[in-house]
Design a protein around this ligand. Structure first.
Ligand code: SF4
Ligand code: SF4
Ligand code: SF4
Length: 456
């Protein structure tokens, strides 16, 4: 057996190791993803985040609970790869989460801020989930106050900013003011952005790196040139928007920013996305920090007008699966999934995260900019409890994604009783890609640094 990645500190600190007991019947924990590779089988535990490699002989022995490999079985039991048949891992995970939340409740800092410099946008996508929302922008005084609020609430912790909108680049002034104030106050900060990226140029990219500390950006493409230009329908567009945005993607990637290209999938454009994927695979083949991925446009989100019938969802699901198979490389951004035990669903229930509206209002979720604010940066009330996690569905009980698939009942895209087939596939294929990428990087590292392995 080779240990490729050790368990996270949450598992080490909060979970009791259980020895293998010969008198009990065991099975693999449902959070474990097995993946065949050329050297054997990689086992990744999506709860503990531990990854090991078993040779084919070891895997076969372990799968048969052979008495020839008691030491290995003991390791697998102590590290939550196998559990007694009757064990309820979902209940156990919830108990661990509750312990972590209880301990965490003493930490009063907020250090993750989703900021909307504006709800306005220079594009006019027909499917925009904010199309009916009030349009307003952050003024300079509010931007200064937002920076003061961040400095106060972060209590010396490193700060993560997520610039969202509308289109955040429609109010660069606010981003500049907030970033500059954090820099002047010696706050450690980094940022992500969701942007159509049309407004970038060389100077702004330079500022994104040096002032905004931009590390990752998510950019949507709806199809090839003609479709993209038609769907985005930029205001005051005096150039070929598709070409401009592709140039900007390359400029950002050259600065080592991770660029996730979200290919929005609808019934109308799903075939064209195959051509787009081929085009992107070739155009950006030299960049391992550009990651295209398909995403079916959310229904029931904000003001989204999108609605699909069950049959249409089935077609989208099949297209989605075929499309994922054509994407050449999953990209390094996927490594961000390898962390501690996921305790909160998203910014909406995370007590260390808030969403800041252009007027300084504090809210839970960036996708509902018109509702559910709980305070303002001036009143600064504690964030109240917003929503329960949804209960595990029957198929969750056998799904290795469960520890990272935490959804809130109030969240329309994820909160229903259903797990749409394409969502199930997307989450599972994302997890597989993570494991594959991590393992391949481990092997590269192993070859260049002989002797660095933790072998038992
Ligand atoms: S780019 Fe985003 S915010 Fe702008 S119109 Fe399109 S979906 Fe809406
Ligand atoms: S992907 Fe679907 S089945 Fe799997 S854990 Fe998430 S909701 Fe459950
Ligand atoms: S509540 Fe749902 S839509 Fe809102 S941030 Fe969380 S996952 Fe996203």
């Amino acid at each position: 057996m080779l240990k490729i990645k050790l368990p996270n500190s949450d598992y080490i600190n909060y979970c009791q190791r259980k020895e293998y007991q010969k008198n009990l019947k065991y099975r693999f924990c449902s959070f474990v993803l097995p993946m065949d590779v050329e050297d054997g089988t990689v086992l990744f535990n999506n709860f503990t985040k531990e990854m090991i490699l078993l040779s084919s002989v070891e895997f076969s022995q372990a799968s048969n609970y052979s008495s020839d490999c008691l030491e290995l079985l003991n390791y697998l039991s102590e590290n939550f790869f196998i559990v007694p048949n009757e064990f309820d891992e979902i209940k156990f995970l919830e108990q661990v989460r509750n312990v972590i939340k209880l301990i965490d409740s003493h930490n009063k800092y907020v250090n993750r801020f989703t900021i909307l410099p504006t709800t306005g946008c220079n594009a006019r996508c027909y499917y925009c989930f904010e199309a009916g929302a009030k349009i307003y922008s952050m003024d300079e005084k509010t931007a200064v106050d937002v920076a003061d609020y961040i400095i106060k609430k972060s209590q010396g912790n490193a700060v993560k900013l997520n610039w969202f909108g509308g289109e955040p680049l429609c109010n660069i002034k606010a981003i500049d003011i907030i970033s500059q104030k954090l820099m002047d106050a010696n706050i450690k900060y980094a940022s992500n952005m969701v942007s159509n990226s049309y407004l970038f140029d060389e100077k702004i990219v330079d500022k994104a790196v040096n002032l905004w500390h931009l590390k990752r950006i998510s950019i949507t493409l709806d199809g090839l040139e003609e479709t993209y230009n038609r769907v985005k329908s930029f205001v005051n567009n005096d150039t070929n928007a598709f070409k401009k945005v592709l140039n900007n993607i390359e400029m950002l990637a050259k600065q080592k920013i991770l660029v996730n290209i979200r290919m929005n999938m609808t019934r109308e454009n799903s075939e064209e996305l195959f051509q787009l994927t081929e085009f992107l695979n070739e155009k950006f083949s030299g960049y391992d920090n550009i990651t295209p991925y398909p995403a079916v446009i959310y229904e029931d989100l904000g003001y989204s007008p999108v609605k699909n019938t069950d049959d249409e969802r089935k077609i989208l699901h099949d297209d989605f699966i075929r499309l994922v198979g054509t994407i050449k490389k999953p990209g390094k951004g996927y490594k961000n999934y390898m962390g501690l035990i996921k305790t909160y669903s998203c910014q909406a229930d995370d007590p260390h995260a808030v969403m800041i509206l252009p007027n300084g209002g504090l809210g839970f979720c960036e996708h509902f900019v018109d509702c559910d604010t709980f305070s303002t940066i001036y009143e600064d009330k504690d964030k109240p409890f917003w929503s329960e996690s949804i209960k595990a569905k029957e198929k969750c009980k056998k799904c290795p994604c469960y520890p990272t698939c935490l959804c809130l009942s109030k969240c329309p895209p994820h909160g229903g009783e259903l797990c749409y087939e394409y969502e199930y596939f997307m989450r599972n294929s994302t997890l597989k890609n993570i494991v594959k990428t991590y393992y391949e990087e481990y092997k590269l590292n192993k070859n260049s640094k002989a002797g660095s392995l933790d072998e038992i």
